[in-house]
Write a protein that binds this ligand. Structure first.
Ligand code: DGT
Ligand code: MG
Ligand code: MG
Ligand code: MG
Ligand code: MG
Length: 268
């Protein structure tokens, strides 16, 4: 086909192919969710409707896009890990990132009502995205550990902060003052000695965040089959299927990775 004289503009497109052999991580983060959470009446420190909706949207990303092996979410963020051998969209960073961000954002709006019921969505939310490449299994594990450690630090702080305010009667300024310079052990101690709360018994969803994985299962359906010159018969047909599974567990230690050996591909 003859090319138009305008065709050359294509050569201005920059090459953003992700380096081969690397895990591709796309992390999304809600834009200005400080304000969004206030305006939509999110409960403090954690709103299970909001967390549920984030997870539902991430599940839609995993189901609709190719090659995501694990996702991890907390607060207003979600990270999606593409398998290192993925060749989806020729590994073009902009394609991967924008597909993740738009599938996630449209799902967030699409499923809003299922989670927030009578609370209307007041304006269209949006999510920023970034792409990061990790060349080794250790780097990828450290990335996920970093996000989970962040979840832990923030959740411990927010749990004590809002307990001091909601149960201890402190103003937010007093609670902030009270927590200045405290270490994790001090925060655990405040919860335990003053409020009879053992932090380790708080919801795992809030302490650990949400891990999404593929889980394989067998599905058997009865099919009516008609062979030539024979009666129609009912035959069981078993197929291997996969569905997204939610976990709220530690991913920093070895145990998780020993229990799920097929997430990582060997370094070589
Ligand atoms: P950004 O990301 O730079 O556009 O700005 P923000 O405001 O989204 O900041 P970020 O992402 O660092 O912090 C997340 C905000 O979302 C933070 O203000 C707390 C809020 N948020 C997230 N999950 C919950 C929740 O379950 N309950 C409440 N009350 N707030 C939440
Ligand atoms: Mg931010
Ligand atoms: Mg944000
Ligand atoms: Mg955030
Ligand atoms: Mg197109």
């Amino acid at each position: 086909m003859a090319k138009s004289k305008f065709e050359y503009v294509r050569s201005f497109e920059t090459d953003d192919t992700c380096l081969r052999n690397c895990y591709i991580v796309v992390r999304l983060d809600g834009r200005n969710f400080h304000k969004f959470s206030e305006q939509h009446g999110f409960t403090k420190p954690n709103d299970n409707r909001a967390l549920g909706l984030m997870t539902r949207s991430a599940q839609s990303v995993m189901e609709e896009l190719e090659d995501i092996i694990i996702a991890y979410g907390q607060s207003d963020e979600f990270s999606f890990v593409f398998k290192r051998t993925s060749n989806w969209f020729k590994r073009r960073a902009s394609k991967l990132m924008t597909h993740v961000a738009s599938q996630f954002s449209s799902s967030y709006v699409f499923y809003w009502k299922e989670y927030f019921e009578e609370q209307p969505l007041l304006y269209p939310p949006s999510f920023d995205g970034r792409v990061v490449l990790y060349p080794t299994n250790r780097n990828l594990r450290d990335y996920l550990s970093w996000r989970q450690a962040d979840c832990h630090i923030n959740n411990l702080y927010n749990t004590v902060f809002w307990t001091l305010v909601q149960k201890g009667g402190l103003t937010t300024a007093q609670a902030e003052d009270r927590l200045k310079g405290t270490l994790a052990a001090d925060k655990n101690e405040i919860l335990f000695s003053e409020f009879d709360i053992n932090y380790n018994n708080e919801s795992a969803l809030h302490r650990k965040g949400t891990i999404l994985l593929w889980k394989k299962h067998e599905e058997t359906v009865i099919r009516r089959m008609k062979q030539p010159n024979a009666e129609e018969k009912e035959v069981p047909v078993t197929r291997s299927k996969r569905r997204v599974e939610n976990l709220y567990c530690d991913i920093i230690g070895e145990q998780f990775w020993e229990e799920h050996p097929d997430i990582l591909e060997e370094d070589n």
